[in-house]
Write a protein that binds this ligand. Structure first.
Ligand code: HAM
Length: 419
């Protein structure tokens, strides 16, 4: 039996790759303009990093991590997200000694053992951006602005920015108590998992998809009504700075995000074109994460964009495939050699040139050029070549012209690049 890929793990085929490359290129361009630098982190980390960073009592850590023991018995985990790893790298390499403020971005695959469905995979890609070392709310607004600017640059519309504040270490416990007291009365409505969450981590009940649990939290207390004065003033500033930049947002008091490290600002960008898995991006501030993983007291804020979801929203009428500039048709043995020589020369000059490897008939080569959507075809007829000439066919307007071979590379460069 033929071997197939693992469920929830996707191939990204050449017909799709143009979109991925486009999105990655735009991310690099936009983020670097905002002063961010790329970092690359390992695929594997010690399990403890995520258990402590994301939180033991979260769905990710409880159920979704690819965790295994290596041959020495160390517990390792395929990264389910990038923030904790990036924070670890910042601490481990003491990036703060160069400058306490680090603006970093990362692009790569994440792994979560979730039930695969459209928009939800077990290996999925994220574009992640983080600012470490700034607690000021102006940076919350700036990070959100960069995100929205990027999403617009790649052509996304119909997006909604959802915003909430999740409080901090000093006010969250009060909220948890209030929430617990409220839900204790409705605990008969809660599923088995949520009964447990009610004791360990009541906030996580918001992540549950079971309808009776959703009903139970529908009129539960809101975190925003419990936040302390410092958190309230931080949130007001974030809203004020978003307002200055003319950015619309929706306050979503029940959006609590699925990871435990968040403090204060939390946000998601959703698309109503996506169906149930409608969050393209999630992010927020996490001022205790560094301490949780055993480091210094460093504030942080960032977001991660799900690339599969983003790519499914790209405008349908845009071309992302790089078609050949030129197909060199060579109907004879001699001309075939010339096609090989010329194609190599053109590749060096930056022209995407294809030619026939098999010595097929001119007709079949022309058919292939058409199928590959080559912009031009250069026909190296035996007779013409002897006279030092070749015929260039414009596949758009179907016009043909004879060109001298000695300066064919320069002529083709002018045609292709327009100068
Ligand atoms: P997250 O909300 O778990 O946040 O994931 C961010 C985005 O990754 C989601 O909005 C979604 O687009 C995509 N995503 C998540 N799970 C899947 C999946 N199974 N299949 C496809 N796409 C998925 C984080 O990961 C945080 N680290 C974000 C962050 C960065 N917060 C602060 N900095």
């Amino acid at each position: 039996m033929a071997i197939t890929a693992i469920r929830g793990f996707n191939d990204i085929l050449p017909s799709e790759i143009g979109k991925w490359q486009f999105v990655e290129k735009m991310a690099r361009e936009v983020f670097e303009n905002f002063g961010f630098s790329e970092i690359r982190i390992p695929v594997l980390e010690r399990t403890e990093l995520f258990a402590r960073g994301i939180g033991e009592a979260t769905d990710i850590v409880e159920k979704e991590m690819y965790t295994f023991a290596d041959k020495s018995g160390n517990s390792l985990t395929l990264r389910p997200e990038a923030t904790a790893s990036m924070a670890r790298a910042y601490l481990e390499h003491q990036l703060y000694t160069f400058d306490p403020v680090a603006k970093l971005y990362f692009i790569g695959p994440m792994f979560r053992y979730e039930r695969p469905q459209k928009g939800r995979y077990r290996q999925f890609y994220q574009i992640d951006a983080e600012v470490f070392g700034v607690g000021n709310p102006v940076v919350d607004a700036e990070v959100i602005l960069m995100l929205i600017h990027f999403l617009r640059r790649v052509g996304l519309e119909k997006l909604e920015l959802q915003l909430n504040s999740l409080g901090c270490r000093s006010c969250r416990p009060r909220y948890k108590e209030g929430l617990k007291a409220d839900l204790d009365e409705k605990s008969f409505q809660l599923c088995e998992d949520c009964q447990r969450r009610l004791q360990s981590n009541p906030l996580r009940i918001f992540d549950c998809k079971v309808q009776t649990c959703q009903d139970a939290i529908a009129d539960a207390p809101k975190v925003i009504d419990f936040i302390c004065d410092e958190c309230a003033s931080h949130f007001d500033k974030v809203k004020e700075y978003l307002g200055i930049a003319g950015l619309d947002y929706h306050l979503t008091p029940r959006m609590v995000r699925g990871l435990d490290y968040y403090t204060r600002t939390a946000f998601e960008v959703v698309s109503y074109d996506l169906g149930s898995q409608n969050a393209v991006t999630g992010g927020g501030r996490y001022d205790n994460l560094f301490q949780e993983i055993g480091g210094l007291d460093v504030p942080g804020i960032g977001f991660a964009i799900g690339m599969e979801r983003l790519i499914s929203l790209l405008p349908k009428d845009r071309e992302f495939i790089q078609y050949p500039h030129l197909f060199i048709a060579s109907p004879g043995k001699e001309t075939h050699r010339e096609a090989y020589r010329l194609a190599n020369q053109l590749h060096v000059e930056g022209i995407r040139a294809e030619f026939d490897y098999e010595g097929k008939s001119l007709k079949s080569q022309m058919r292939r050029a058409d199928k590959l959507k080559a912009r031009y075809v250069l026909i190296l007829g035996e007779e013409e070549l002897k006279k030092g000439r070749a015929v260039l066919r414009d596949m758009q307007d179907k016009s043909q012209q004879e060109l001298p071979m000695p300066d064919i590379v320069e002529t083709l460069k002018r045609k292709v690049f327009g100068h």
